[in-house]
Design a protein around this ligand. Structure first.
Ligand code: FES
Length: 158
């Protein structure tokens, strides 16, 4: 690919961001942003889970393998988890898993962790816009897509 073509494809690059969020806080905050008709970047795809404590670190690896350029994990603020300690477990798991992700070659700037409550629609909007800008500046993440070789391509990527 020529330098000119590379620059053109980078400037039109729209990252795919996978967000794993808990049902009770962040999903409700994102929903509030939607029902309040707040506008934000359309690059995020949300996977709703009961609690951040349910998030298996392999979900993050699989997201990259299946085409994500960035991943966001978000749940209730510390002390507000509807299952009491799920977000503390998630945070502890995250600290341990960060080194493993780094070891596997994933730039940690592509993975974001945040707390967004059900009333923080504005925080959700700002978070998505900021994460999208950061991932856009980093460009596409191709390394893990090679792991998915052999699986049929989705129509979206054609
Ligand atoms: S219910 Fe939201 S983090 Fe546990």
């Amino acid at each position: 690919m020529s330098e000119e073509a590379k620059m053109e494809s980078t400037s039109s690059f729209e990252p795919k961001i996978m967000a794993f969020v808990c049902n009770w806080c962040t999903y409700a905050g994102a929903d509030l942003a939607g029902t309040s008709r707040m506008e934000y970047r359309p690059n995020v795809r949300i996977v709703k889970l009961p609690c951040t404590g349910r998030i298996d670190p392999l979900f993050i690896i699989k997201a990259f393998e299946n085409g994500a350029d960035g991943v966001l994990v978000s749940g209730c603020h510390p002390g507000d988890c509807h299952y009491t300690t799920g977000n503390y477990h998630a945070r502890r798991r995250w600290i341990a898993f960060k080194d493993l992700l780094d070891f596997t070659g994933i730039d940690m700037n592509r993975v974001h962790f945040s707390w967004v409550s059900a009333s923080e629609a504005i925080k959700w909007v700002e978070l998505i816009n900021n994460v999208t800008d950061e991932i856009s500046a980093m460009g596409p993440f191709m390394d893990f897509k090679a792991l998915n070789r052999g699986k049929p391509e989705s129509n979206e990527e054609k």
